[in-house]
Design a protein around this ligand. Structure first.
Ligand code: CMC
Length: 429
């Protein structure tokens, strides 16, 4: 028997039977497509709190249990045993690669790492102190113009080449955002290096010196990239899908995702966390800030706390917290903010306000501390997130383009403006 949900309009007595769709995990969803036709009504769900916007087989998360799976693989296993580049392959292709597939994939990515030389000139249009996220979004969009006529978004092979280009060029684009602001010359990728090491090389090396980052630093960054690679239908991913649904150029879709990620409720939180911890300054000040976060009249919120979907400890935060601790120990780094962060977490998690609202540290609470330990400037933190999240954006865009329900995204609204009225000439107003 097909499961349905009957919706009744108690004013008219009219009914509509909506089919219930079952996924492989998670709550079933009600297909409300016939609602408007049958009842003349839309659904209302600001913030899309209970709306499934698409079918997807890429990432599953259970916010109540704190579970995150990419293509079925738990994030804890990927974090422990995989690499970022392998996770990107998994997200895009749906399966883990064989050794041969992995070698071909890594080689193909290396072959696409360069950007057109003119792209480098594009950076100089930005003010010397421009926020790197602004530069990144602009440059990603500019790259769209280099491939526009050559990109057939309806051809699967073409989509795969586009995916490789995006994954390969993001470290290059991101590194230049940093170097432009620092007045350092741009560095070409070095194919002898791994994906993450190449990013660090392009970002931090000096033309006058040999550069080899520590293995612990490369590992820590690779781990952070894995943990940020994809996260279901979040705000930036939904933006990429919406842009993609209009058949826009894929680089332009990624630029739209970067723009959405920038906000401090989303990816910008990693930057905001470190700024907040610096402002708190000492563990003795924590109670004052916790009190402010609880005060409804105060707009201050604990950055890196709370999540739309996780009502349990964010599994990514658990992994990052440990990685942060290990990196600081291994590299013998002094990170006073880590101490403040841990104490803040302890106090908040014992506080009735946070317990009642199920507010736990999220992925961004500790990630900035690792970036800081790696000497990545605070304004670059969200760029790091965008670099990694490009993997998820691409995978979700590719899935969208072959969705049997593909059509332009076009939400409806509850109109609360003026009804029809006559235009009044300016002299008579
Ligand atoms: N500090 C203090 N109170 C909070 C916080 C916080 N960080 N987050 C939520 N609340 C309270 C909120 O005031 C509300 O209280 P009440 O029920 O009394 O009105 C309740 O908890 C529910 O919050 P909400 O605003 O309805 O939750 P939301 O799902 O709309 O927002 C969020 C989720 C992530 C935007 C929000 O928790 C927040 O602003 N957190 C801080 C920013 C942050 O860390 N963002 C990163 C998110 S994870 C990475 C990513 O997505 O990129």
């Amino acid at each position: 028997m097909t499961r349905t949900v009957t919706i009744t309009d108690n004013m008219t007595g009219k009914q509509v039977e909506c089919p219930v769709l079952e996924g492989t995990c998670g709550p079933p969803v009600i297909n409300t497509k016939s609602l408007y036709k049958e009842l003349g009504m839309f659904t209302f769900d600001p913030g899309f709190v209970t709306t499934a916007s698409c079918r997807s087989a890429v990432t599953y998360l259970d916010g109540e249990k704190g579970v995150l799976l990419h293509r079925g693989y738990p994030i804890e296993q990927l974090a422990e045993q995989s690499t970022f580049l392998e996770v990107v392959y998994l997200l895009i292709h749906g399966e883990l690669p064989t050794r041969k597939q992995m070698d071909e994939w890594a080689h193909a990515i290396k072959m696409h790492m360069m950007t057109h030389e003119h792209i480098s000139r594009f950076y100089s249009a930005y003010r010397y102190d421009a926020h790197p996220m602004s530069i990144m979004a602009g440059v990603a969009n500019a790259i769209a113009s280099y491939y526009h006529d050559r990109t057939d978004i309806w051809d699967p092979d073409n989509r795969l080449i586009t995916a490789r280009r995006i994954i390969a060029k993001m470290p290059n684009v991101a590194s230049k955002c940093y170097r432009y602001a620092s007045g350092l010359p741009f560095v070409y990728p070095d194919n002898a290096r791994s994906y993450v090491e190449n990013f660090m090389y392009m970002t931090f090396s000096w033309p006058t010196e040999e550069y080899t980052p520590s293995a612990a630093a490369v590992r820590a960054l690779d781990l952070l990239f894995i943990l940020h690679a994809d996260h279901e239908q979040n705000a930036s991913t939904s933006t990429v899908r919406l842009a993609g649904s209009s058949e826009a150029n894929p680089f332009a879709c990624i630029a739209a995702g970067i723009t959405t990620l920038w906000g401090k409720s989303h990816g910008g939180a990693n930057e905001a966390v470190v700024r907040m911890l610096e402002e708190i300054g000492s563990t003795s000040n924590i109670p004052k800030y916790v009190a402010r976060a609880k005060d409804r009249k105060d707009p201050f919120r604990l950055m890196g706390f709370g999540h739309r979907v996780y009502k349990n400890y964010d599994p990514r935060a658990k992994i990052i917290r440990k990685a942060c601790h290990d990196l600081l120990e291994e590299e013998k780094l002094n990170q006073p903010l880590f101490e403040i962060a841990m104490e803040l977490e302890r106090i908040a998690l014992e506080d009735e306000y946070f317990i009642k609202r199920k507010l736990y540290p999220n992925v961004d609470f500790y990630s900035g501390l690792i970036y800081q330990a790696l000497r990545i400037p605070t304004s670059m933190f969200t760029v790091m997130f965008a670099l990694a999240r490009s993997a998820g954006w691409v995978a979700q865009w590719m899935e969208l383009m072959k969705d049997r329900d593909f059509r332009i995204g076009r939400p409806r609204q509850l109109y609360i403006g003026r009804q029809t009225r006559d235009y009044v000439p300016i002299e008579e107003r």
